[in-house]
Design a protein around this ligand. Structure first.
Ligand SMILES: Nc1ncnc2c1ncn2[C@@H]1O[C@H](COP(=O)(O)OP(=O)(O)OP(=O)(O)O)[C@@H](O)[C@H]1O
Ligand SMILES: [Mg+2]
Length: 281
């Protein structure tokens, strides 16, 4: 559904996005992960046809994004980083207006409001909405015309844990319905849970690209930490794969001197730090 080759873009005379290459297949959730200012939203703007003066290839649903025609938007849905809604109109009027821009048959509005818990508030003016409500409304705006590809920029930011959970379930459900989803986030836990593959982006470059599982397995190794008594409480650690051959640990286990033991797998966050030298959370 998406094919990016040797993508280059600059806001000034200095290169910004450089040598970006990746592909996203149908039904996949693909994540852009990176710190603030890394270029995630810029990349989304290129793929959604908002920035056209890039070099290289950015094919979306078979169309080179810089050459898109108006019907390009019939099959992509975009949830921008910052909600773009008419404050003086009600939520429903907003959806009816934005929906009227598409030639396609729209999804059922009541169902969409229901999906994000806004049924009771659909006749309220957007100016009376809270930040999280605007964010949820902006999200269903992207689903209105049932597009094949969804671009979601920080869909869970600003949401409380319960609404964020609901949002993630909706995203997973859209994937089940066969949608292709490009997700931008700083949230490693969300990325690990939702994404089939992730690209680590820092300073306008892709530093790693794989499934969260492969990134974790390839770069990190699970460890165990233990404490034991030796006049006073002491601690030790070793790699999980080496527990059988760790002499200190074997001795402690044989003599029942272990006080506590637990294992820890590296998280995507640890791997991000290892690969990019930057901390995300
Ligand atoms: N229209 C613009 N003109 C000039 N520079 C811009 C413009 N838009 C963004 N930039 C710069 O490009 C860089 C990347 O911005 P971008 O919005 O892509 O980051 P991001 O990874 O989405 O960050 P965040 O996590 O904060 O949303 C920033 O340094 C920003 O100042
Ligand atoms: Mg951004």
């Amino acid at each position: 559904m998406i094919q990016v080759e040797n993508l280059y873009f600059s806001y000034s005379n200095k290169p910004f996005l450089e040598n970006i290459n990746f592909q996203v297949g149908k039904g996949e959730i693909f994540g852009f992960l990176g710190p603030s200012g890394a270029g995630k939203s810029t990349l989304q703007k290129i793929l959604t046809g908002l920035i056209t003066n890039y070099q290289g290839k950015a094919l979306v649903n078979g169309t080179e994004s810089r050459h898109h025609k108006d019907n390009f938007y019939e099959n992509i849905g975009v949830d921008f980083e910052f909600p773009s809604l008419y404050e003086k109109l009600t939520a429903k009027q907003n959806m009816m207006f934005f929906g009227s821009l598409y030639a396609k048959k729209l999804r059922n509005l009541e169902e969409l409001f229901e999906l994000v818990g806004l049924s009771q508030d659909s006749d309220k003016k957007v100016s009376d909405y809270s930040k999280g409500m605007k964010s949820r409304l902006n999200f269903i705006k992207a689903l209105l015309h049932d597009p094949d590809i969804l671009f979601l920029d920080e869909p869970t930011s600003g949401l409380d844990p319960s609404n964020a959970r609901d949002m993630k379930n909706i995203i997973l459900n859209e994937k089940k319905r066969g949608k292709t989803i490009i997700l931008t986030t700083h949230n490693m836990a969300d990325a690990t849970e939702l994404c089939d593959r992730v690209a680590f982006i820092t300073d306008g470059k892709v530093k790693a690209l794989d499934t969260p599982h492969n990134l974790i397995m390839r770069k990190g190794a699970a460890k165990i930490q233990y404490t034991y008594y030796d006049g006073l409480e002491k601690s030790g650690e070793c790699y999980l794969s080496k527990t059988g051959s760790d002499k200190v640990l074997s001795e402690l286990l044989l003599n029942n001197r272990i006080l506590s033991i637990h294992s820890s797998e590296p998280t995507l966050n640890d791997i991000f730090m290892e690969v990019t030298g930057r901390v995300l959370q």
